[in-house]
Design a protein around this ligand. Structure first.
Ligand SMILES: *Cc1c(COP(=O)(O)O)cnc(C)c1O
Length: 359
């Protein structure tokens, strides 16, 4: 009889054994500014409505597999061009996986830029898809000549661009992204996880490009706990991808609660506006600290660089503030930290703790 661990290492795919699990630290008791969550809760009246709805929900039944009512509400807030559809995912992470599975013909390549969202590489790895990355420039702009050259040379089947980018926070110039879409023979997915905090979107451009899909999530807008993301694009693509979606991937409660929240979309958008104002304040405060280099952001977080980032990260943690340490990740993020914009009180505590941790 072999032990479970020797059996597991014999039977599991090499790629899985080599993979590092996506690490989520325990955040209990901290001011939590590590995961781009919306710090505001749902207003009390709306909470009451949701409580009643949840109490009456038929959780003994499978959810509506088509999530027709929720999809209608999403279409309602989106202003989707004619002929465009949506496909729902259990978070947008699930949709990245679905796209990789759908486009992974033998030898097919997934292309990303780096540093960017780590799930593109991770999902390429565990779906067995060839992964290729093009480095951003030193200030985290797209290296357009290098990206276009890689597209011509490698003919990737699938390209992901986060717009704005995570963890750098910047919004690539729309014209650069358009040149990538035009040069690509494969499918380009513009990942708009941070759309609520940014000044531009590719949704109005969907109808012009047959190889373009836009992916969004409601996680950063205040529904991270519900797990709901979607792809928007032409029916020709989504009908095919729909075949891969597991029938009940969005549960009864997320369908109901997200639907109710979308009826009050303006509440969430007001919270996003507040976060954008507080981002500007926090940006100014960080740029006034001589030892900090802060990068421009159109998302609900700020990337910044300090000497000895890991020590500063630990100092913040000792003072009860949890942010994200990007040091020891991608080499271009050496000494970089990422802070989510919280409430004004949380931001003030973070800034005070940061000053103490630096000196
Ligand atoms: C947070 C994030 C996602 C994943 O969001 P979920 O819907 O919560 O899975 C996708 N893309 C980017 C760029 C993100 O930052």
């Amino acid at each position: 009889m072999s032990s479970a661990s020797s059996l597991a290492s014999k039977l599991l795919r090499r790629e899985i054994l080599d993979l590092h699990a996506y690490h989520v630290p325990d955040s209990a008791g901290y001011i939590k500014l590590d995961a781009m969550e919306n710090p505001y809760s749902v207003p009390p009246a709306l909470r009451g409505e949701i409580a009643h709805m949840v109490a009456a929900a038929a959780i003994n039944r499978y959810p509506d597999p088509a999530a027709a009512s929720l999809k209608e509400k999403i279409r309602g807030v989106l202003g989707l061009p004619d002929g465009m559809e949506v496909l729902l995912g259990n978070g947008s992470d699930e949709l990245i996986q679905l796209l990789a599975m759908a486009l992974n013909k033998p030898g097919a390549t997934l292309l990303g830029v780096e540093p960017s969202f780590v799930m593109y590489r991770m999902i390429a790895t565990f779906t067995g898809m060839r992964y290729l990355s093009v480095p951003l420039t030193e200030d985290f702009s797209l290296d357009l000549p290098a990206t276009l050259a890689a597209i011509r040379r490698e003919q990737p089947a699938l390209i992901f661009l986060a717009y704005p980018n995570n963890p750098t926070g910047n919004l690539f110039p729309a014209d650069d992204v358009l040149q990538i879409i035009e040069a690509a023979q494969g499918l380009v997915v513009v990942d708009e996880a941070y759309y609520a905090f940014a000044a531009d979107s590719f949704i109005p451009r969907l109808a012009r490009y047959p190889n373009l899909l836009v992916m969004r999530t409601f996680s950063k807008l205040g529904m991270a706990g519900l797990r709901l993301g979607f792809l928007a694009g032409s029916a020709a693509w989504l009908e095919q991808l729909e075949k891969l979606r597991l029938p009940y991937n969005v549960g009864v409660l997320p369908q109901l609660v997200a639907g109710k929240l979308l009826e009050h979309h303006e509440v969430l958008l007001r919270q996003a506006e507040q976060i954008k104002r507080d981002r500007a304040t926090l940006y100014r405060q960080l740029s006034e600290i001589a030892a900090v280099r802060v990068y421009p952001s159109e998302a609900n977080f700020l990337l910044f660089r300090v000497a000895n980032a890991t020590e500063v990260f630990d100092g913040l943690k000792q003072r009860g503030v949890l942010i994200k340490n990007l040091n020891n990740g991608h080499p271009m993020l050496h000494d970089c930290l990422r802070v989510t914009v919280g409430t004004p009180e949380e931001n003030a505590k973070f800034v005070a703790a940061l000053k103490e941790s630096i000196s």
